[in-house]
Design a protein around this ligand. Sequence first.
Ligand code: ACO
Length: 326
Amino acid sequence: MVTVIRSVIRGVGACLPKRVMTNEDISKIVDTTDEWIVERTGIQSRHIAAEGELTSDLGIVACRQALVRAGVDPLDVDLVICATATPDRTFPATAVRIQAGLGITRGAAFDVQAVCSGFVYALTVADGLLRTGQFRRALVVGAETFSRILDWTDRGTCVLFGDGAGAVLLEAQPTHGAREDRGILFTRIRSDGRFEDLLYVDGGPGSTKTTGVLRMNGREVFRHAVQKISGVIEETLVATGYAADEIDLFVPHQANQRILDGIAKKLNVSPGKIVMTLNKHGNTSAASIPLALNQAFEEHRIHEGSLVLMEAMGGGFTWGAVLARW
Ligand code: ACO
């Protein structure tokens, strides 16, 4: 019998800062209305990190919850990968700070930078490393404090984003490689740097020596998002031989309700199968997929054996998809 190593998701956790900022609150800072934001994006409120509350702080809490739910001791983890575009410091990696915060002293920890696609990229990297046999258990965390890189005078961008973190605990397990066996079944990551100027941060240690703030051409990002995300989902389905209606749960990156509606329509996915957190979280970049996984878990919408499709697109552009049997 052939043995195939698969990366099985054993636990999920999340952390949202306490402070909630509603659209009404934002309308006191920039010229906007709750009606405009809800109609154009679907966002009603978002969480904002407190002063001194760092990306790693959120990540550590999310990881702890994932570990508890998996019944795994932190000392049995040998890989920590953090997807973030808002690291605590330029270096070291936020993952190293999360590793230390959890008391893990072995294995390796590093960050992955693919902005909103970061969690899909990090899962892909973790899955590859676990399947080599070099590591046994990985914490994959998406953690962001985007509120710190927003231009709070730009109503076109500051209304869209929020802070938070989510994490999963992956474990390398021997399987028969069958369709019904658990684990990550397929990953696909893509990027195209020609589109850098449509969504970027206008600073950096190597250019301006400042952090910079987010800049975006929303209309162009929107146009590319529907097309690129639908494309990578179709590739995933073709490569794995699954039909769209066999997917139990779609867990998309949460950028804009209208982007998700467009994708659902294009791929003929029933809205009841899509996990939505956008209304309460806004766009939390790399944290949005694990936060949505966590919500689906807590609402008992995700069970052992569920076929889960995750997808994302972000600055770069970067985009990708992961298909997993929970
Ligand atoms: N409140 C009120 N009016 C606003 C606001 C606001 N918050 N923001 C922009 N407007 C105004 C503009 O000034 C403009 O006014 P004008 O016509 O007088 O010039 C008008 O609304 C239309 O502006 P557009 O930018 O064309 O509005 P659009 O319908 O494209 O919606 C939005 C903007 C919501 C940003 C949309 O383009 C979008 O969602 N794009 C996708 C971007 C995204 O999701 N990025 C996240 C990162 S990438 C990712 O995660 C996939």
